[in-house]
Design a protein around this ligand. Structure first.
Ligand SMILES: CC(=O)N[C@H]1[C@@H](OP(=O)(O)OP(=O)(O)OC[C@H]2O[C@@H](n3ccc(=O)[nH]c3=O)[C@H](O)[C@@H]2O)O[C@H](CO)[C@@H](O)[C@@H]1O[C@H](C)C(=O)N[C@@H](C)C(=O)N[C@H](CCC(=O)O)C(=O)O
Ligand SMILES: Nc1ncnc2c1ncn2[C@@H]1O[C@H](COP(=O)(O)OP(=O)(O)OP(=O)(O)O)[C@@H](O)[C@H]1O
Ligand SMILES: N[C@H](CCC[C@H](N)C(=O)O)C(=O)O
Ligand SMILES: [Mg+2]
Length: 496
């Protein structure tokens, strides 16, 4: 595409260079090939401007930067390359990518999901509902990316705008008409979603996480709330909000330019669940809405999934589905990998792998487990760890949450990343100790899983929390394959 045409759509402060053709866009020097435009972005650990010489050597024909120094150097040393100076690199990345890729975001109806917990599950459910009426979707989120029937690995929950737009373009090529995307607080803050026209925005809840990045709960809330203002795009047409959540209620009260649809279980919303009946592998409830009442049935387990079903249903309604279609789609929504996933076994111990990695999620998970073992008089054994290079203040809180509801806690590692595993464990242990619950510490996660399962008696439930679908353990020395379900499964076979 003609570079001057591209620049017409970008907020440019200054530019130089003769007309050229660009064939692609990259923000990571390692991915640049001949004919690309490179957008240099300054980040927390690297500076794209440092790679400008390298990308030119690799064949980049245009370079965009928000650094005046880098721009001046470019003009001096590489006059043959088209250069543009912009206010903000990430915004330019979205604008350039959109122009080069032919604005794929305009060809899809986009639903965006944000909140601390439940984004992945809600997105999967909404996709299932849309698919059940024959609409082809692009799904972007933590576990995997779907382009219609094709499944790809997700490097991030919410990728950079360039990658989102490339996935949208692939979706359009295979006939997708809808996109469903998780929008993490990191992505909203960094404007990875700049210029995406969100049709329906969903807010699931807000509880403590990621304070290492956002500083305070107010900062974290402000990042999530940006989805509802529109990030380089108009506000969403419909805002679907869990108003049982205090932050959700605050958010809803401040919205003026979108249609607000409230959901919850406490009777005051538009989409409300009544008469909830739950057991392992099945949840039923009556969904009362301004448009009628429908019986809902889902293979997902637990109260948190009632919320996820309500949010997805309200969004599906906003996308034009009838209540009967929504109920059929909910029934078709299958197990989300690593979310209350029961490990198959012939033992009379139930082992569940779940992605709970905040104190709120742990509390919900443990109270659900407690309800399930109540009748058979079983105990709840909870295994967890806390991520390294992530919010340290949530560690003791997670410890307390695990200790309060469980009969036995097994404390271990969960992606220590650059940190010392035992130092993370100590911080979480302080929280468990406050509760007085017995706690076994075992740094090695595979050993810890074995200890937890071997400690269980008939009728008990073992919760393996924090890693869910993840297939690796990230350690200082490198990343190694690791799969909670596979490890638990082999222990269960050994003791069968
Ligand atoms: C804190 C955070 O969000 N960091 C992300 C962010 O980093 P950054 O802006 O600091 O960028 P940087 O790594 O310093 O690099 C600056 C620029 O130099 C470029 N570069 C860098 C090296 C090189 O050799 N060549 C090169 O061109 C990079 O591509 C980038 O354009 O942008 C980078 C490029 O996209 C991401 O890789 C990086 O994710 C890091 C690894 C990360 O761990 N992110 C997590 C916290 C995250 O984003 N998580 C949320 C979900 C959280 C949840 O599930 O609750 C997510 O949306 O995935
Ligand atoms: N609506 C909810 N409210 C509270 N907790 C929930 C809810 N839905 C799921 N959970 C808990 O949170 C865990 C993660 O769920 P899910 O993956 O759907 O959330 P997420 O917001 O996508 O998380 P992440 O930000 O890490 O990608 C689940 O395994 C479960 O323990
Ligand atoms: N995607 C989230 C949750 C990861 C959960 C846990 N497994 C961890 O590594 O902390 C994050 O990157 O913070
Ligand atoms: Mg997710």
């Amino acid at each position: 595409m003609d570079w001057n045409e591209v620049l017409r759509e970008v907020c440019v402060l200054e530019c130089t260079g003769s007309p050229i053709e660009v064939t692609g866009v990259q923000y990571d020097s390692r991915r640049v090939v001949r004919g690309d435009a490179f957008i240099a972005m300054r980040g927390g650990s690297a500076d794209g401007n440092r790679y400008i010489d390298a990308v030119i050597a690799q064949g980049a024909v245009a370079v965009v930067t928000d650094s005046r120094d880098a721009y001046a150097k470019l003009r001096r040393e590489h006059p043959e390359v088209a250069a543009a100076l912009v206010e903000r690199g990430r915004r330019a990345l979205a604008e350039v990518s959109s122009a080069v890729m032919g604005h794929p975001q305009k060809k899809l109806a986009l639903s965006g999901v944000t909140g601390t917990n439940g984004k992945t599950t809600t997105a999967f459910l909404l996709e299932a509902m849309l698919r059940s009426v024959g609409r082809w979707c692009v799904l972007i989120g933590t576990i995997e990316t779907h382009i219609g029937d094709e499944i790809r690995v997700s490097p991030h929950t919410t990728p950079e705008s360039r990658d989102v737009l490339a996935l949208f373009a692939d979706g359009v090529r295979v006939g997708a008409s809808e996109a469903v995307m998780e929008m993490s607080s990191h992505a909203l803050e960094q404007e990875r979603v700049w210029g995406l026209p969100v049709e329906v925005a969903i807010f699931t809840n807000l509880t403590q996480d990621h304070l290492d990045y956002h500083g305070t709960m107010e900062g974290y809330f402000a990042a999530k709330a940006r989805l509802f203002d529109g990030v380089g795009a108009p506000p969403p047409r419909v805002a679907v909000i869990n108003t049982d959540d205090v932050y959700g209620e605050r958010l809803a009260a401040g919205i003026e330019r979108s249609q607000v649809v409230r959901y919850g279980m406490e009777g005051k919303g538009d989409f409300v669940a009544q008469d909830v009946r739950m057991r392992a592998g099945e949840t039923r409830f009556r969904m009362v809405t301004p448009h009628g009442v429908v019986e809902m049935r889902s293979p997902l387990t637990g109260r948190v999934n009632v919320y996820n079903l309500l949010g997805a249903s309200a969004a599906a309604w906003a996308r034009g589905l009838t209540l009967d279609e929504i109920a059929r789609g909910a029934e078709a929504g299958t197990q989300v990998p690593g979310r209350f996933e029961v490990v198959p076994s012939t033992n009379d111990v139930t082992v569940v792998v779940d992605y709970a990695h905040t104190d709120d999620a742990l509390r919900n998970l443990i109270s659900l487990a407690r309800e399930l073992v109540k009748e058979r008089g079983g105990r709840v054994i909870t295994l967890f760890g806390c991520g390294g290079d992530r919010d340290r203040t949530k560690r003791p809180r997670m410890g307390t949450a695990a200790g309060e509801g469980s009969d036995l806690v097994v404390l271990t590692s969960d992606n220590p990343r650059s940190e010392e595993p035992m130092a993370i464990i100590e911080e979480a242990l302080a929280g468990v100790k406050e509760t007085g619950t017995k706690c076994i510490v075992e740094e090695d996660r595979a050993e810890a899983i074995e200890i937890a399962i071997r400690a269980a008696r008939a009728g008990d439930i073992v919760l393996i929390a924090g890693k869910g679908h993840e297939k690796v353990q990230i350690l200082k020395g490198g990343t190694v394959p690791f799969d909670d379900v596979a490890v638990a499964s082999s222990v269960l076979k050994e003791i069968a």
